[in-house]
Design a protein around this ligand. Structure first.
Ligand SMILES: [Zn+2]
Length: 288
């Protein structure tokens, strides 16, 4: 008898079918570049995704996530408690990003001095360490709210190519308002980094568990400290323009370990977030 079980992916109600004899896994969330999803399977199982081994929790839950440029086909390996291995094929929806090519710029090399370079490297090491943290509390289950009100001035994934040299894509959502605008925790979590950094200014990581975290940059003031537990909606900072920023705004990045994610995907918007939209009362208000 065919024992064809299936993966329920809550992608607009579309069920994704796995191969025969597969052990059922359930995926909660959209399989799309820049997103994270919950995977549910038999407790005691282990997942292998992108060479990362993840132990499912007592509820049989783990998180996985997909990078900005994740390939359309991914394999998720489930090792059941008795050692049976099944490979699930995931189809990752591909996105278009805004790519801006600017040519003919005068070649200008600004080389920071040695002390500044050393500080930038040290900042980088601290961020890398904080992104390795895997907290065992599923803070993310309480859902997410927008951390600040203001105008969207930058979106995830956009990239500039200057004189043919691709710059690092923008890995976050920028929300601009006046200096001092309150910034709230988008979900419960723990503070795993609170530092003054050279490029990102006053920088705060709120860890939501299972490798998922928010990073806030260019803050005027950080109102919490390393190790603090925060609640969704609690004010944690004020908006500023510290570090390399042209004006006051909040850069809200998210990551799953070192995979950079798009916070906007958590809000089930009926269209892609764009510059000019405004966040008010935890809603996206479009200008047209
Ligand atoms: Zn930004």
């Amino acid at each position: 008898m065919f024992n064809r079980q299936w993966i329920k992916a809550l992608v607009g109600g579309i069920a994704i079918w796995a191969s025969s004899n597969a052990i059922a896994i359930e995926i909660k969330g959209d399989l799309v570049q820049g997103n994270w999803v919950q995977v549910l399977a038999e407790p005691g199982s282990q997942l292998v995704f992108e060479q990362r081994k993840l132990n499912l929790d007592a509820e049989g839950r783990a998180l996985i996530a997909f990078s900005r440029d994740a390939k359309p086909e991914k394999t998720l390996t489930l090792i059941s408690p008795n050692g049976d291995k099944t490979e699930h094929r995931l189809t990752i929806a591909q996105r278009d990003y805004i790519v801006q090519r600017i040519d003919g710029l005068p070649a200008k090399h600004v080389t920071p001095d040695e002390a500044t370079l050393a500080k930038i490297r040290e900042d980088g090491r601290k961020a890398v360490e904080a992104r390795k943290i895997e907290l065992a509390t599923p803070y993310f289950l309480g859902g997410f709210i927008w951390p600040a009100e203001g105008w969207i001035t930058g979106i995830y994934g956009s990239q500039r190519i200057l004189n043919g040299h691709p710059r690092r894509p923008h890995f976050g959502v920028d929300i601009a308002e006046a200096t001092g605008t309150p910034i709230y925790a988008p979900a419960d979590g723990e503070v795993t980094l609170a530092e003054s950094m050279e490029l990102s200014g006053n920088t705060l990581f709120i860890d939501h568990g299972y490798g998922l975290r928010s990073d806030f940059m260019h803050l005027e003031e950080i109102l919490v400290k390393l190790g603090d537990q925060v609640k969704q909606g609690q004010q944690v900072a004020t908006m500023g323009a510290t570090g390399r920023a042209t004006g006051p705004h909040l850069h809200w990045g998210m990551s799953w370990f070192d995979v950079r994610l798009d916070p906007a995907l958590m809000f089930n918007l009926d269209r892609t977030l764009a510059r000019g939209a405004r966040i008010m009362n935890n809603q996206v208000v479009w200008e047209d």
